[in-house]
Write a protein that binds this ligand. Structure first.
Ligand code: MLT
Ligand code: ZN
Length: 478
């Protein structure tokens, strides 16, 4: 394919970039670049002169050096599963996409150090499997783990289902390798548990959404492999009851709670309707559900008995109205399917507006109740389907368009809907961006929520690390 006819600063670099990454490392045909230029939610349909696919860190360094000299912007991209358009190029075709997917080696796993040294393009699922093979566990799990890549997971500080126990992605990072904005490679791949040597640079890059540097490899903390797992789906009268149930598990033994997820009745009904093979393990649907997973590396902990004991009292107290405990790996998978297919089901139901929000755990039920009322007041027939990580306070307060409404009209209401939800979030001391990040979707909210000293410091950091503004410009900072 000939390089683009239009002479732009980016197009002028293509021959030099081709010399670095070779034919295999460059995609320029618009038909082939299109899937990279569109996001998973189909909110952004950008254009790019090329998707650059370097084979290693040295090639990335050389490409970045060229782009820095010519001041051509770069959008780093992993599995392209961003919920906020963080890896989507602009529509004007001025930005290269830098795909990390060919950096896909697990460099080392040490079961005594409990660390994994891994390249940015490995999918989260493959990383989890590699850890399991070594007798360990990578305790990070998100719905998109089959496609999402380690680089993106770290750049966005992904959270997911196990945050309640192990924290977010940043809590698992011991070391990083990063290509800086002038092309220099910073090798910080240390696997130390203690290392107080000045500012903690790695934590600057984690969660920076590709605006400060390109993460090319990381050292991640592992955990012991779970030997006993107990999972239950619990039917509950409402979110307040689900939160009450969480408190009971936490008080009994917080150290074994691997996940505690909330599901609305409406959300589960939708999954059952549109996702083939989804089955409800109860005779009747409930207004809401809690999914609890307990796990331990001890083979003799008796988790199943603990689970039953807590559920028995919760049933007697009316906090739980029905419970299904998984008897096999297949049943465990079936219960998780009802949770993990939420985003896909909502996508199939038409347009949806996502609010990835967090509040103190104690306020989650109030958040769900008040935000639902506010949205229903604003748009008649809107379908609130809140779900997600109740155990860490992060709810995906997703809103699906009213049945039969025009999807474009509904999407145009996104700011208004986000505003009424965020009013409740602010009132409850929460955050408008819990785990998905800011990307292209939410920079306009940053001034209001993080203005003053906080945003000013962020701008100074951006200016210091990326003075030419070549990494993901216009994302994160307004
Ligand atoms: C999830 O937890 O499944 C994703 O973060 C959610 C979403 O679709 O908002
Ligand atoms: Zn989530």
């Amino acid at each position: 394919m000939p390089d683009t006819q239009v002479s732009t600063p980016a197009a002028a670099l293509l021959p030099a970039i081709r010399a670095i990454v070779g034919e295999r490392g460059l995609i320029t045909d618009p038909v082939d670049t299109a899937p990279y230029a569109e996001d998973w939610r189909k909110l952004y349909r950008g254009r790019t002169p090329a998707v650059i696919r370097p084979a290693n860190t040295a090639e990335i360094s050389a490409v970045v050096r060229l782009c820095a000299q010519a001041k051509v912007p770069i959008v780093p991209q992993g599995g392209n599963t961003s919920m906020v358009g963080g890896a989507s190029p602009m529509e004007d075709g001025s930005e290269f996409i830098l795909s990390l997917s060919r950096l896909n080696r697990v460099r080392e796993i040490d079961a005594l150090d409990m660390t994994m040294t891994i390249e940015a393009g490995v999918t989260l699922k493959a990383a989890q499997n590699a850890a399991l093979e070594a007798g360990c566990m990578l305790p990070l799990s998100i719905s998109a783990e089959g496609t999402a890549q380690i680089g993106g997971v770290l750049a966005t500080n992904a959270g997911g289902n196990n945050t309640v126990r192990y924290g977010n992605a940043r809590d698992l990072v011991l070391g990083l390798e990063v290509v800086l904005a002038d092309g220099e490679i910073w090798n910080g791949l240390r696997r130390l548990r203690k290392d107080n040597t000045g500012y903690c640079l790695r934590q600057l890059f984690v969660g920076s959404e590709g605006t400060l540097g390109v993460i090319t490899a990381a050292v991640l903390k592992l955990a012991p492999r779970a030997r006993e797992i107990a999972v239950a789906l619990c039917a509950v009268p409402d979110a307040a009851a689900a939160l009450d149930l969480f408190g009971r598990f936490q008080a009994y033994d917080a150290t074994t709670i691997q996940a505690f997820e909330f599901l609305s009745g409406a959300g589960v009904d939708l999954v059952l309707r549109v996702i083939p093979g989804a089955v409800l393990p109860f005779a009747r649907p409930a207004p809401a559900y809690a999914l609890v997973e307990l796990a331990t590396s001890r083979p003799d902990a008796g988790l199943r008995a603990s689970l039953e004991k807590i559920l028995e009292t919760a049933l007697a107290d009316g906090v739980v109205t029905d419970a299904a405990i998984a008897e096999s790996e297949a049943q465990r998978g079936a219960i998780w399917k009802l949770r993990e297919e939420h985003s896909e089901a909502q996508k199939r139901a038409g347009a949806s507006v996502k609010n990835d929000i967090s509040v103190p755990v104690s306020k989650v039920a109030e958040l769900i109740r008040r935000a639902t009322a506010a949205c229903e007041k604003l748009i008649q027939g809107v379908r609130a389907m809140p779900f997600g990580h109740m155990g860490d306070g992060n709810i995906h307060f997703n809103l699906v368009q009213p049945e039969g409404a025009d999807p474009a009209w509904f999407l145009a209401q996104d700011h208004a809907l986000m505003e009424v939800v965020n009013e409740v979030v602010r009132d409850l001391d929460g955050s408008f961006s819990a785990e998905h990040g800011i990307g292209r979707l939410k920079p306009y909210l940053m001034t209001d929520w993080r203005g003053g000293a906080e945003l000013a410091v962020m701008r100074r950091i951006k200016q210091a690390l990326d003075p030419n503004g070549i990494f993901n410009p216009g994302r994160v900072l307004p």
